[in-house]
Design a protein around this ligand. Structure first.
Ligand SMILES: *[C@@H]1O[C@H](CO)[C@@H](O)[C@H](O)[C@H]1NC(C)=O
Ligand SMILES: *[C@@H]1O[C@H](CO)[C@@H](O)[C@H](O)[C@H]1NC(C)=O
Ligand SMILES: *[C@@H]1O[C@H](CO)[C@@H](O)[C@H](O)[C@H]1NC(C)=O
Ligand SMILES: *[C@@H]1O[C@H](CO)[C@@H](O)[C@H](O)[C@H]1NC(C)=O
Ligand SMILES: *[C@@H]1O[C@H](CO)[C@@H](O)[C@H](O)[C@H]1NC(C)=O
Ligand SMILES: *[C@@H]1O[C@H](CO)[C@@H](O)[C@H](O)[C@H]1NC(C)=O
Ligand SMILES: *[C@@H]1O[C@H](CO)[C@@H](O)[C@H](O)[C@H]1NC(C)=O
Ligand SMILES: *[C@@H]1O[C@H](CO)[C@@H](O)[C@H](O)[C@H]1NC(C)=O
Ligand SMILES: *[C@@H]1O[C@H](CO)[C@@H](O)[C@H](O)[C@H]1NC(C)=O
Ligand SMILES: *[C@@H]1O[C@H](CO)[C@@H](O)[C@H](O)[C@H]1NC(C)=O
Length: 738
């Protein structure tokens, strides 16, 4: 049974400290003796874990065949890179390279696309390219992708390439095979194995270490952010508003008037002169008489100002004229598409676009909504490379003005960019918005699946268009119920972004009840930012998303979670089950091995392994905390909270509560809180001693003033937080889980 020299030396290195005690190897490679390359990874019990039944090469993307060991065109190299990662390198002069895997019957596969094929988080009978999505039912342009899949059999495969490729997940004839191939003469793929049996989170963490992790973004990233698909217009303004510029002011004022917390406003296209309102590097003064004053004023109100951008040069624009004459335009993939993408692989084109977009950050714009690139503006095989280059260019331009995240991510970037069309390596340069969902229950459901799937691809920072995107004036507008349900989902998403539209603006077109839901969910989301920012910091280290498929957090023996896609874990602590039915009913399954407390009323406890149906009005959502949870929640970023100006007793002051949900069933638990003011991760640790009926919480230095709140029977017990850190115990208590 050959093992690579590297693996042997790693094992040797690891065992130095323990003298002569050999470290047991977790996995072994077993090479097939056939004439074609094939191998199996087995565990210490000689059980097959992965079966890589073929390495593929060919001169066409649909006719690759198994590579023979004596091939002149193709060479292969493989071996353990770490005790849990096998690295495989394939070079072939034939042009296309790939691999084929067989897995146990019944194994399920996840990943590659954020788009929920078959309205599911599982890839079953899906054959598709590694490219952006176009129009689909329920959700359009949910284009996030990565050459990475996870098998429920307990392994993952990552191919480190920007090349165009295609994946096939089929269970035809019960073969249950996965096959992929790339338009590349060289690929490197990694077979990633769990660090301990069933630890699927360790697959995502190791993948994160092979690719690029997200940077820490400005806390303004999380929103709520408000945008309008069409701020630029001549008519159809709300009463008393006379222009596009005043319309933006009006949104800012209405948020304050209704006490709705927010961190940014975003102006979608069109906003410039010329066709499509984009490509002349300007704001159209007919609509925006004084854009500088507007951006400044919005900033004074505590909000970031963001705008839309795309790599698309439309005929007639300066971008088109300059690029066309220099031969920088890529061919379109369809004759109907008039706009061409610039070839950003060309350094001069890249420099030109960067230099011409930089006036936006100079103006005060703090972040971009990055659109398109998958709408036939370029040949399909350019999509992965070009979207990455565009994201890089935009990150660099913003970073010049506002600062990038520090290398250790203890200082966040000073802005936030987000794209719908992102491939693997883009994670380093952009957050994600989940495409253009239908303004319907189906759009909401697809968005939940899209969020879970984005998480499984290692994209931690994600939001969906709250209320749905595909609206029309006078029809297809979100109903009041749908909006409310989506607002609750957005409150428990990393990013809460709200689309306003003519005829569907909450404070003009809906009841006060809906405005209340918006205010309450915006406030809740805002107070969760310490929790969210802590997880985003951790994602820079462990690569784990905040929106988690149930199976990532459930116990290993729970078979009910593999296809669960209408609820998710938000971090390790929350189980969130957005209502996705008109009648307000939701059946919630509680994964095994834990008990759960209803978070909003803090009374009802549910056992793992059980199901319960809830019926709720628009003012609530089924959301639960796991026993033993620690949740930092507070108001530590002021954002647009400036409405106490005339009432000093209501002055804004930062506060932070460390919420403690002890249970004697969980002896110890911890939370790594990211204290942004000092740039320090702070461990908060809880120990529960059943025999002494004592709960102790210890924590390190924290910048925000606040309280430690123990949620126990007989009412919450509160103590001031010591800024130096402390150890605090409560004795003789019954927990809410007893
Ligand atoms: C593992 O299985 C292979 C054949 O399947 C056999 O040749 C080998 O001896 C086995 N090794 C151990 C340690 O059992
Ligand atoms: C593939 O090509 C690269 C150079 O592009 C080389 O470093 C590598 O060793 C080659 N691998 C194999 C298996 O021939
Ligand atoms: C799943 O989706 C793919 C791609 O849209 C489609 O070709 C396939 O038929 C679907 N499979 C099932 C089982 O519905
Ligand atoms: C395979 O080729 C066809 C055209 O022949 C193209 O439409 C498809 O995108 C290609 N797929 C890959 C993975 O290159
Ligand atoms: C593969 O990529 C090359 C460019 O590198 C392109 O010319 C060719 O058409 C692509 N092949 C397919 C089938 O997409
Ligand atoms: C719009 O114009 C009217 C009439 O000129 C004016 O009274 C009102 O203040 C303007 N609205 C804003 C928001 O400036
Ligand atoms: C681009 O070129 C066209 C055709 O010459 C011209 O009509 C147009 O005004 C130019 N656009 C700009 C922004 O200069
Ligand atoms: C894009 O630019 C690169 C670098 O100049 C060049 O090698 C490549 O051929 C160009 N691609 C196309 C499709 O023009
Ligand atoms: C505070 O009072 C001033 C003057 O009376 C008024 O113009 C302003 O709108 C008030 N601000 C708020 C937030 O109510
Ligand atoms: C001032 O703010 C406090 C605290 O929110 C509130 O109770 C009080 O009613 C406010 N007073 C006025 C005059 O708005």
């Amino acid at each position: 049974m050959p093992r690579s020299a590297l693996f042997t030396s790693l094992v040797a290195a690891a065992s130095v400290a323990s003298a002569l005690v050999a470290q047991p190897a977790l996995y072994f490679l077993q090479i097939d003796t056939e004439s074609s390359y094939a191998f199996t990874v087995t565990d210490g019990k000689n059980q097959s874990v992965v079966s890589n039944i073929g390495i593929l090469a060919g001169s066409k993307n649909n006719s690759m065949t198994a590579v023979s060991k004596d091939s002149d065109e193709t060479s292969v190299d493989f071996g353990f890179m770490t005790p849990t990662i096998v690295r495989v390198n394939v070079n072939s002069s034939l042009g296309f390279t790939g691999a084929q895997f067989a897995t146990a019957e019944g194994a399920l596969h996840y990943g590659v696309w954020a788009h929920p094929f078959n309205e599911s988080i599982v890839n079953s009978n899906v054959v598709f390219d590694l490219k952006g999505m176009q129009g689909n039912d329920g959700i359009n342009y949910a284009s996030v992708r990565s050459p990475f899949f996870v098998s429920s059999a307990g392994y993952a495969v990552y191919t480190d390439t920007q090349a165009m490729g295609s994946y096939s997940f089929s269970s035809v004839d019960n073969k249950n095979e996965v096959q992929f191939g790339f338009n590349a003469t060289e690929i490197v793929y990694y077979i990633i194995l769990p660090e301990s049996k069933g630890d699927l989170k360790s697959l995502l963490t190791q993948y994160g270490g092979l690719t690029d992790r997200s940077p820490l973004w400005s806390p303004k990233a999380y929103g709520p952010m408000f945008w309008h698909n069409d701020f630029q217009r001549k008519s159809g303004f709300p009463d008393g508003v006379n222009s596009s510029q005043e319309f933006v002011e009006d949104v800012v004022n209405k948020l304050a008037q209704h006490r709705i917390r927010a961190s940014a406003v975003m102006v979608d296209r069109p906003y410039g002169t010329g066709t499509e309102g984009w490509g002349n590097f300007d704001f159209d003064t007919e609509y925006w008489p004084d854009i500088r004053a507007l951006v400044k004023h919005v900033a004074q109100k505590g909000l970031d100002f963001q705008v839309w951008v795309a790599n698309r040069a439309v005929p007639g624009s300066q971008l088109y004229n300059d690029s066309e004459s220099r031969g920088w335009l890529l061919e379109t993939a369809s004759e109907e598409q008039p706009g061409h993408a610039l070839n950003l692989s060309n350094t001069e084109a890249y420099m030109y676009l960067g230099a011409n977009i930089d006036w936006l950050p100079n103006l005060g714009i703090k972040g971009y909504k990055i659109d398109r690139g998958e709408e036939d503006e370029m040949p399909v095989w350019e999509q992965n490379t070009q979207s990455y280059l565009f994201h890089k260019l935009l990150y660099e331009g913003q970073a010049k003005q506002w600062g990038s995240a520090s290398a250790d991510n203890r200082r966040p970037a000073g802005f936030y960019n987000f794209a719908r069309n992102a491939n693997d390596r883009s994670r380093k340069y952009t957050g994600v918005w989940g495409g253009d969902p239908a303004s319907s229950i189906d759009g909401l459901l697809q968005s939940i699946r899209n969020g879970i799937r984005s998480g499984l691809l290692g994209f931690p920072i994600w939001g969906s268009d709250c209320g749905g995107y595909t609206r029309k004036v006078g029809r297809n507008q979100p109903t009041e119920k749908l909006w409310a349900r989506w607002m609750w989902f957005s409150a428990f998403s990393p990013v809460y972004e709200v689309m306003l539209y003519e005829g569907s603006i909450p404070w003009y077109d809906y009841s006060d009840d809906l405005v209340d839901v918006l205010r309450n969910t915006a406030q809740l989301h805002h107070e969760l930012i310490p929790f969210i920012q802590s997880y985003m910091y951790r994602a820079t280290v462990d690569g784990l998303p905040l929106i988690r498929a149930l199976f990532l957090e459930a116990s290993k023996d729970d078979d009910s979670v593999w296809e669960a896609d209408e609820s998710y874990f938000f971090g390790e602590e929350f189980l969130v089950a957005p209502i996705t039915r008109d009648d307000g009913e939701k059946e919630v399954y509680f994964p095994k091995g834990q008990r759960y407390l209803e978070y909003l009323n803090k009374q009802d406890v549910y056992d793992g392994g059980s199901s319960q149906t809830f019926t709720m009005g628009i003012d609530s959502v089924p959301v639960f905390v796991r026993e033993g949870s620690i949740i930092p929640r507070g108001d530590i970023y002021r954002n647009n909270r400036q409405w106490e100006d005339n009432n000093t007793s209501d002055e804004w002051r930062p506060w932070l509560n460390i919420e403690i949900y002890p249970s004697y069933g969980v002896k110890s638990s911890k939370f790594i809180y990211f204290d942004e003011a000092s740039g320090r991760p702070v461990e908060i640790k809880m120990e529960a001693d059943k025999s002494r009926k004592t709960i102790c919480v210890s924590y390190g230095r924290m910048s925000a003033p606040g309280k430690l709140v123990f949620y126990v029977k007989g009412g919450a017990r509160e103590f001031g937080l010591s800024r130096q850190g402390a150890n605090k115990c409560v004795r003789n208590v019954e927990t809410l889980f007893d």
